[in-house]
Design a protein. Structure first.
Length: 225
């Protein structure tokens, strides 16, 4: 049994990852949480990109001798120069929540024309292997040397996969499903917002679905070595 630690204590995320990995990998995999390995502190996400923040989180379990996995995601709006980006969850301030974040986004885009309200959801999924791991990341999948040096990582033991989904930010909310910015994110191919479509359908095209499918396929290949 191979143990992997998801840098989160979110039970839903852990169960989801366990299901994805079990179907992708030939070896038995057990997904643990940060709490399971005795980590109860806070992780400071001070990176400058989704990729860097995912690596920061995945590095915590790796520093404790475990295979670490983490993801980071957010919304990037073209008319706002890519904002809220890595600050998506706390866009409206220290007491931010989904409602306040959406309200601020609408305020910032109030004078932006419909054709210029293009945006994309981004998700990055990272793995960091501990120094004594018998596994390595294939050369084509390794993180850039510059990023590895910045974070003090061995590029042979770190990988990040990115998934994106293009859409448009509406002027008012539609739908009561999903979370975060979903009620404002209109996906043209479905002629609906992410809050109006079933979760299974959303996962087929979403940034997170795309990132995790590629990530689990690569991870399965790494663990087969």
């Amino acid at each position: 049994m191979i143990e992997i630690v998801l840098a989160s204590n979110n039970k839903k995320k852990i169960a989801e990852l366990g299901t994805l990995l079990s179907s992708a990998a030939s070896k038995g995999i057990s997904v643990l949480s940060l709490r399971d390995i005795g980590f109860t502190g806070d992780i400071v996400e001070d990176g400058e990109s989704f990729e860097e923040n995912a690596l920061i989180k995945a590095s915590v379990p790796a520093s404790m001798g475990h295979i670490g996995i983490a993801d980071d995601s957010g919304l990037c709006v073209d008319a706002l120069g890519g904002a809220p980006g890595i600050f998506s969850a706390r866009y409206s301030g220290e007491d931010a929540d989904d409602v306040k974040n959406r309200r601020k986004l609408l305020e910032e885009l109030a004078d932006v024309s419909d054709e210029d309200r293009t945006a994309r959801f981004v998700c990055t999924a990272a793995i960091v292997l501990p120094p004594d791991s018998p596994f390595t990341v294939p050369e084509d999948w390794r993180i850039p040397d510059e990023l590895a040096e910045k974070r003090g990582l061995d590029p042979r033991r770190a990988m990040v996969v990115r998934g994106e989904c293009e859409g448009v930010i509406l002027r008012e909310e539609h739908g009561d499903g999903g979370f975060g910015y979903d009620p404002l994110f209109y996906f043209p191919a479905f002629a609906a917002t992410f809050a109006e479509i079933p979760g299974e359908q959303k996962n087929l095209v979403s940034h997170r679905g795309r990132a995790m499918r590629e990530f689990t396929a690569r991870l399965a290949a790494i663990l087969k070595e």
